[in-house]
Design a protein around this ligand. Structure first.
Ligand code: C5P
Length: 406
């Protein structure tokens, strides 16, 4: 992906052991298409050298407001005017206090104060010992920074370089990258709560065997991520897949179709949108054996009989019909042929306003897909693209439909 293509990021480093993660972050930003200008405080230079950051960003690093490289001798003005965002990672407790007070006695703090606030957002990734993070002074500073319009990223929890364990670690570079990418996405889903199902289900035959399908869960996970990026609260009910949970998404793991139905029913009360991407097994074995079914040497094979699983999407669409705050339901259809006709028929059968068709064998397990959006007035194609790009388009489209509905 090139989610930061065309973006110019000023990456500020302040004094903290998490500076070692800033090297990886810088590389990740560049890989994602951004240009990166590194600015370091003197304290940061005690932890990592400007040489390392120069090599990774492919630009000379700035550290002093007296840097004579700038013809007007005003690096704090020149560097901040070019930026799409200033990201401080790591941001120390001391530097947060400086920002709160509006002090400007080194290039980085001077640049943060001098930036045009309306066009150059300031984002900070705090990093400090857990006692420092919990201290009332830091709590006050975080609250003040937020009310001044600064985006304060979360901190991580776990082992700290000082040997203690708790809150205050800087987020990992990949987490910060995802948070920065999300920051730039349009917030079309603010105030919405999106419930997504994803992946296959697993229907037990006995304690060690079962029936499942080839759904990878990638499309549903991409939709959950895109909805979160758009500002929604997101709950993801996932069948058995080994994908990482998207940042900020609440995940509930389930196995069978019936588990999935129960989880969805429990979470639906708070939701405003339901997007059913899961490839739910249509049938399950009528009886799951308590013990492993054994071969007895006679050549006899077990006789399996099946019962139909509940249709989660149809059930949710039906129960929300006529309610004052109706859940907006979006279904998916994985077909092997005749996508338009099958998707139209499925939309009516499921009783949903929007049904998204895709070709099953061409999408299962892949990182890209093509979608056909079918509603009461016709069909619109979203051409082949990465699942994440398609998910963002689908979320934006759904947001528009919801606001048109009023
Ligand atoms: O009937 P079919 O499985 O083709 O329908 C696909 C759509 O219905 C998907 O949105 C899928 O998540 C949903 N579905 C469901 N529960 C089922 C079967 C399908 O929610 N038992």
């Amino acid at each position: 992906m090139n989610d930061l293509a065309g973006k110019h990021i000023v990456l500020g480093l302040t004094g903290g052991i998490a500076c070692y993660k800033a090297a990886e972050l810088c590389r990740a930003l560049v890989k994602e298409g951004a240009t990166v200008q590194v600015v370091m405080t003197q304290a940061a230079e005690q932890f990592i050298t400007p040489v390392t950051m120069q090599a990774l960003s492919n630009r000379t690093v700035y550290g002093s407001q007296w840097d004579a490289r700038e013809p007007n001798n005003m690096p704090h003005i020149n560097l901040s005017r070019e930026a799409d965002a200033i990201l401080l990672a790591p941001c120390s407790a001391d530097f947060m206090a400086k920002l709160v007070q509006g002090r400007a006695d080194d290039l980085l703090s001077l640049m943060c104060l001098a930036r045009p606030m309306d066009t150059v957002p300031l984002l900070i990734a705090p990093a400090m010992n857990r006692e420092m993070w919990a201290h009332p002074a830091t709590r006050r500073n975080v609250a003040q920074l937020v009310s001044d319009g600064t985006t304060v990223f979360d901190v991580g929890t776990g082992d700290q370089a000082c040997g203690e364990t708790g809150d205050g670690r800087m987020l990992e570079p990949n987490e910060l990258l995802d948070d920065l990418i999300a920051f730039f996405q349009p917030k079309t889903m603010l105030g919405q709560h999106v419930l997504v199902t994803a992946g296959p289900t697993y229907e037990a035959i006995d304690p060690v065997r079962g029936i499942t399908n080839l759904s990878s869960g990638k499309m549903g996970f991409a939709i959950a991520r895109a909805a979160r990026e758009a500002g929604a609260q997101v709950t993801l009910v996932a069948g058995p897949v080994s994908l990482a949970t998207p940042r900020g998404v609440h995940r509930v793991d389930v196995r069978s179709a019936r588990d999935m139905l129960h989880a969805v029913q429990e979470k639906a009360a708070a939701a405003t949108v339901f997007i059913a991407t899961a490839a739910v097994a249509d049938w399950r074995p009528a009886h799951a054996a308590d013990q492993k079914i054994k071969k007895d040497g006679s050549g006899a094979t077990p006789q399996l009989s099946f019962v139909e699983n509940p249709d989660i999407l149809a059930a949710m669409a039906q129960s929300s019909r006529g309610q004052s705050r109706a859940l907006y339901c979006v279904g998916f259809a994985a077909e092997s042929e005749d996508l338009l006709a099958n998707a139209q028929a499925k939309r009516l059968r499921k009783g949903v306003p929007l049904l998204v068709g895709n070709i099953g064998p061409a999408t299962f397990g892949q990182d890209d897909n093509a979608l056909l959006l079918v509603d009461e007035s016709g069909a619109r194609e979203l051409a082949r693209d990465s699942k994440l790009s398609l998910a963002r388009k689908l979320i934006a489209d759904t947001a528009t439909r919801m606001s048109a509905r009023g």
